[in-house]
Design a protein around this ligand. Structure first.
Ligand code: FES
Length: 315
């Protein structure tokens, strides 16, 4: 079946938009955007940013007639680059047509829309460049490799984006900042906003993430019959903070022995069969504020001597 003919009526040239997953066919004039035509036809079509190319909630997949769609505007091109859109994904609020098309609205919930909006809004600019005392937290997902091998690539990226979004909200709540993602984990730092509270914020955020992952698991189990277990390693020490990278790919980085040590502490969870360890430097700052169940003495790879690590009480 064709999407049927362009018509010339008294109202002017009209084309057909076939909504494949709505079983609706509507008309659109060359002056109208796809979104305007949808709303006029009472089709529920999200447009969170008010047609300003800032949210991507109006996106559609053009299944047929991509050659009839207008070129991407500069703003739409920016969004497409940020979100990695293929040529068939278009912002309905920015696209007009000069012939018939068939489209599909991808399934997106409010969380997906918020993730996309935050991605678009990220400036990537941060001008700090100095030596600083910070609390550094590594958080990794147990059994990550086996999980990645058991799911489809698209589902994996979708789930990880959602997981990092949820964790990112917790970290932000406790004045922290995510610095990096490593497939199975993330690196966050605390102390930029409230240096006095950095260790407390870091440990509190770790505890909150442990709790939050339980709610996340309701979603993950419903979606892929899987549950995440996370491990946390925290240290407080001096690091060098700065923007690193080539033009267009510069990002904030933290460098130094303290960062490596925090990573080793997280790895020590595996050997000790624990889930949450902090260094003596962090423990000394927060000891009275949280319940610790055990003191471990371990040799840490890459660092001489025996080091005391403190195990936080299970939530
Ligand atoms: S409505 Fe926000 S990008 Fe189209």
């Amino acid at each position: 079946m064709t999407d049927k003919i362009s018509t010339k009526e008294s109202m002017g040239t009209q084309y057909v938009i076939n909504y494949l997953n709505e079983e609706r066919r509507i008309t659109v004039s060359p002056e109208e955007t796809i979104l305007e035509a949808s709303l006029k036809a009472d089709i529920r079509h999200p447009h969170v940013c008010g047609s300003n190319a800032r949210c991507s909630s109006c996106r559609v997949v053009v299944e047929r007639g991509i050659e009839n769609c207008s070129e991407r505007s500069e703003e739409a091109g920016r969004v497409a680059t940020k979100l990695g859109f293929g040529p068939e994904l278009r912002l309905a609020c920015q696209t007009t047509v000069k012939g018939d098309i068939a489209i599909r609205k991808p399934k997106m919930d409010a969380t997906d829309i918020e993730i996309a909006s935050l991605t678009i809004a990220e400036s990537g600019e941060n001008k700090i460049g100095e030596e600083k005392q910070l609390t550094i937290a590594f958080v990794d997902i147990e059994g990550y490799t086996a999980f990645t091998e058991s799911v489809q690539a698209y589902d994996l990226v979708h789930v990880l984006n959602r997981y990092y979004y949820v964790m990112g909200k917790v970290i932000r709540k406790y004045n922290g900042q995510i610095i990096d993602y490593y497939g199975d984990g993330l690196l966050a730092v605390f102390g930029f906003k409230d240096p006095e509270q950095m260790a407390h914020d870091g440990v509190a955020a770790g505890k909150a993430m442990m709790k939050e992952v339980e709610s996340f698991n309701d979603y993950l189990h419903g979606f892929l019959k899987h549950k995440f277990k996370i491990r946390v390693g925290i240290h407080t020490g001096k690091v060098i903070v700065g923007n690193i990278g080539f033009k267009g790919m510069r990002k904030l980085a933290v460098i130094g022995d303290a960062v490596n040590f925090a990573s080793r502490i997280d790895h020590a969870n595996k050997e000790l069969n624990t889930r949450f360890l902090v260094s003596a430097a962090t423990y000394e700052k927060v000891g009275g504020d949280f319940s610790f169940v055990k003191e471990h003495e371990v040799e840490v790879k890459g660092k001489k001597g025996v080091h005391k690590l403190y195990e936080l009480k299970e939530m």
